[in-house]
Design a binder for this molecule. Structure first.
Ligand SMILES: [Ca+2]
Ligand SMILES: [Ca+2]
Length: 433
């Protein structure tokens, strides 16, 4: 692992956190990779200050930050305790936004190494939980033959510029330009979670959603597609550029060891609730149904979300779209499948976008609500949802004028939520009395 000039990073990362507590009590869970402990190394940035002027009320407004941002922004994220926002553009660029101003020089440009356009491009970005010390981050991008997860590093010279070359650590073969997933986050356990699509075409032609090993159930099945994967970027298993968490469902055999969840179609956007560790997944549907599934912390590993035996709560065969192409009615087996808490029907909804659960400090009345929408945002609207204390799923429409073409709702290091649109919009989700 390369060493970095942590002092440089610390200066940048702490620039507006001078009011933050110097010796904040641990809010970590003591799990691997969680650097938010009382004895965090000096290179870790201090926690960011809480919002100076919290605003009560739960009427949501969307404040447009920039008139237009270049490219097709897909996602905003930040390193832990870092006041900057990093915005991912489909074409292969990552830009730094500081105090809502876009820096002229890109943080990273991998546009020459990827295939971009439509559902392809630079689709994911996740900063290592110890980014402040090791400068590592991970990107997910497509080529015309594969989906690639690569390890990148910030430069030693400039905390706003990354080293130009990233190193692929996981290359997953692909056969169609659509259904590439691409969302990545580090979980509360410090492991990197990677959402993959079923590869594409339509109706999961290779039966990848339920494939546990390459070549099964069809000769051309690809096991790492149509899944949530989980890897350990801090170790290396024999023959791999990453480690396998020992608690992965197939770590000891029976399937590809990277697999964490089974049966996804195209989990374009999803997130962990940073307060509870619950995992909220939006899985884009085939012809009928968009799905929102919440997997509670501790009840996630090995779950099977059903694709492509089921779309939503229905057997694909009964819906007439022949998802279970090699199966029969008898093969539409509900055993050991997890079904979504919430389904939405076409054509009003076309591509669900799970967002993020608000855990910021500026809008206390929004805390604990997960905000989600659809790519067809003006038709579908904005919605908020939560699990009540007894685990009941609750969802409420939010009255707000939505832009078109929403591509993500995701949080910065303060827990503030930002919405991107494929046309170039960037909005801050705010609340008023
Ligand atoms: Ca694909
Ligand atoms: Ca499903």
């Amino acid at each position: 692992m390369r060493t970095l000039a942590c002092a440089l990073l610390l200066l940048a990362a702490c620039s507006d956190s001078k009011n933050g507590p110097k010796d904040a009590p641990s809010n970590g869970d003591g799990q691997p990779g969680d650097g938010a402990t009382a004895d965090a190394p000096a290179c870790e940035p201090a926690p960011l200050a809480a919002c100076g002027t919290p605003v009560s009320g739960s009427n949501v407004t969307l404040r447009r930050i920039m008139p237009n941002v270049a490219g097709a922004p897909l996602l905003v994220t930040s390193p832990k305790n870092d006041p900057r926002m990093f915005i991912v553009e489909r074409s292969g660029l990552i830009y730094v936004y500081e105090n809502e101003v876009k820096r002229a020089t890109p943080f990273l440009d991998v546009s020459g190494s990827i295939a971009a356009g439509g559902e392809q491009g630079l689709l994911g970005l996740a900063f290592h939980p110890s980014y402040g010390c090791n400068g590592e981050f991970f990107i997910f991008y497509t080529t015309n033959a594969s989906n690639i997860v690569a390890r990148c590093t910030v430069s030693t010279a400039d905390p706003n510029v990354a080293n130009p070359t990233c190193t692929p650590i996981l290359t997953i073969p692909d056969f169609a330009s659509n259904h590439n997933g691409g969302m990545m986050e580090f979980g509360p356990d410090g492991f990197l979670y990677i959402g993959t699509g079923d590869g594409g075409g339509g109706g999961d032609p290779r039966r990848n959603g339920q494939s546990l090993t390459n070549g099964s159930p069809q000769a051309n099945s690809i096991a790492l597609l149509g899944k949530m994967l989980r890897i350990d970027v801090n170790t290396k298993a024999p023959g791999k550029e990453y480690g396998i968490p020992p608690t992965n469902p197939f770590a000891a055999g029976g399937g590809a060891p990277e697999i964490f969840l089974i049966g996804l179609r195209n989990p374009w956007r999803w997130s962990f609730d940073k307060g509870t560790g619950d995992l909220w997944i939006g899985d884009v549907g085939q012809v009928a149904t968009e799905e929102l599934t919440v997997l509670k912390a501790g009840e996630q590993a090995g779950k099977n979300l059903g694709w492509s035996v089921f779309e939503g709560n229905g057997c694909c065969l009964t819906q007439g779209d022949k998802c279970d192409q090699n199966g029969s009615q008898a093969a539409c087996d509900m055993t050991n499948k997890v079904f979504p808490q919430n389904t939405r029907s076409h054509p009003t909804w076309i591509s669900i976008i799970a967002g993020e659960t608000y855990r910021g400090t500026c809008y206390p009345d929004l805390v604990g609500w997960h905000f989600y929408t659809d790519h067809s945002a003006q038709a579908a609207g904005l919605h908020k949802a939560r699990l009540t204390a007894n685990g009941t799923f609750e969802t409420v429409p939010v009255t707000v004028t939505m832009p078109s073409g929403v591509s993500s709702i995701h949080a910065d290091a303060r827990g503030e939520l930002y919405m991107t649109t494929i046309q170039g919009g960037l909005y801050h989700l705010e609340a008023t009395p």
